[in-house]
Design a binder for this molecule. Structure first.
Ligand SMILES: Nc1ncnc2c1ncn2[C@@H]1O[C@H](COP(=O)(O)OP(=O)(O)OP(=O)(O)O)[C@@H](O)[C@H]1O
Ligand SMILES: [Mg+2]
Length: 330
């Protein structure tokens, strides 16, 4: 059952067009020239309860704008967003009770308080019952490893520590949906891993719907079952991650460690073969030749010590997808 419905959604910003030169600056003060920026153009999708969706696109493609429309921070220019049956911007308070939001670039913690005191404040604002709060606090302390810094003032926390505390805040009131706009921006690999693990667990255990925007495809790969790709304010792909891999990730690389030197290798059905230091890297399309067949063919002709198959990383697939689209539109 869908929890979020987005229909024909558009957002147009009014942007000041600045004139050049000193005189232009003075004229701008009294008679600013305005122009329109269509950030989101007729977007439509629906999201079911418990889904984890990666919302992906290049800089300026409209991701944050869509998230702000879904959370009710912005009002649509046209079209409609329905979350839990309500239009978020019309009932912001009611909506806020049921959602959590993390904006990587913006803090919702109080700088002079410790994370623990900030959490208490959240408990009060959201009127979270004591047992729910206690249970969640225990969970956050362990999963997000907040106990290491829970009594330090927020202003003294590292970016990774602060982000873990931000994420905790977004989940204390057991929201149905959590929107995360670049929650891992600027974090090291360990901090990113903690956040991904946490999101995975919350999504699976509590069936919290997760909408995640990020430029880190490992976040998407590890947390999301579905991806929506946007470009210049429009959706260009929407589907299961598995299906995306299936369609666009046909290429495989089989690496074979050989017992003897081989100067040339040619195998029918493969794309290319690189040979170096008794290692052969064989590029092939899994729809042209199966991995088993390929390994059998190699093992029948050469002495093989070891082999392994690499799947392309989702990052590479998405980059290729965007590049192909740019080529098609040129
Ligand atoms: N408040 C605003 N006023 C005017 N234009 C805006 C405003 N916010 C965003 N824009 C413009 O709308 C477009 C979409 O911006 P948005 O922030 O939604 O992109 P994004 O996909 O989140 O990008 P990024 O990956 O850089 O975070 C951009 O061209 C941006 O300049
Ligand atoms: Mg953004």
């Amino acid at each position: 059952m869908s929890i979020i419905r987005v229909e024909d959604l558009c957002k147009v910003y009014q942007v000041k067009k600045l004139r050049t030169g000193a005189l232009g600056g003075i004229v701008d003060l009294f008679a600013p020239q305005m122009q329109k920026k269509e950030a989101v153009k007729s977007i439509g999708f629906s999201i079911d309860r418990g889904e984890a969706v990666g919302y992906i696109g290049p800089n300026g493609s409209g991701k944050s704008t869509t998230i702000k429309l879904m959370t009710g921070i912005l009002t649509p220019t046209s079209g409609k967003v329905t979350v839990n049956g309500i239009e978020p911007y019309k009932k912001r308070k009611e909506n806020a009770q049921r959602i959590g939001a993390v904006f990587g670039q913006k803090s919702q913690l109080v700088w002079d308080l410790s994370p623990k005191d900030s959490f208490e404040l959240f408990r009060f604002i959201y009127r979270i019952p004591e047992p729910v709060y206690k249970r969640n606090l225990d969970k956050m302390m362990t999963l997000l490893r907040i106990s290491e810094f829970d009594t330090t003032p927020v202003r003294q926390l590292s970016l990774g520590q602060r982000m873990r505390a931000e994420i905790a805040c977004a989940f204390f009131h057991n929201p149905d949906i959590c929107y995360l706009d670049e929650p891992t921006i600027g974090l090291d690999i360990v901090a990113k891993e903690h956040i991904r693990e946490f999101l995975r667990e919350i999504n699976q255990e509590k069936e919290t719907t997760i909408i995640l925007t990020t430029h880190d495809m490992d976040d998407i790969e590890q947390v999301c079952g579905r991806i929506i790709l946007i470009n210049e304010g429009q959706i260009i792909h929407d589907g299961a991650m598995k299906q995306f891999r299936e369609i666009y990730g046909k290429e495989r690389v089989l690496t074979v460690q050989l017992e003897e030197d081989v100067t040339a290798m040619s195998i029918e059905g493969t794309r290319s073969i690189e040979l170096k230091d008794r290692v052969a890297k064989i590029h092939y399309d899994k729809h042209n030749i199966s991995s088993t067949r390929l390994i059998q063919m190699i093992a029948s002709q050469y002495q093989v010590l070891d082999c392994h198959i690499e799947e392309p990383r989702i990052e590479v697939l998405i980059r290729d997808f965007y590049e192909k689209r740019v080529d098609q539109t040129c």
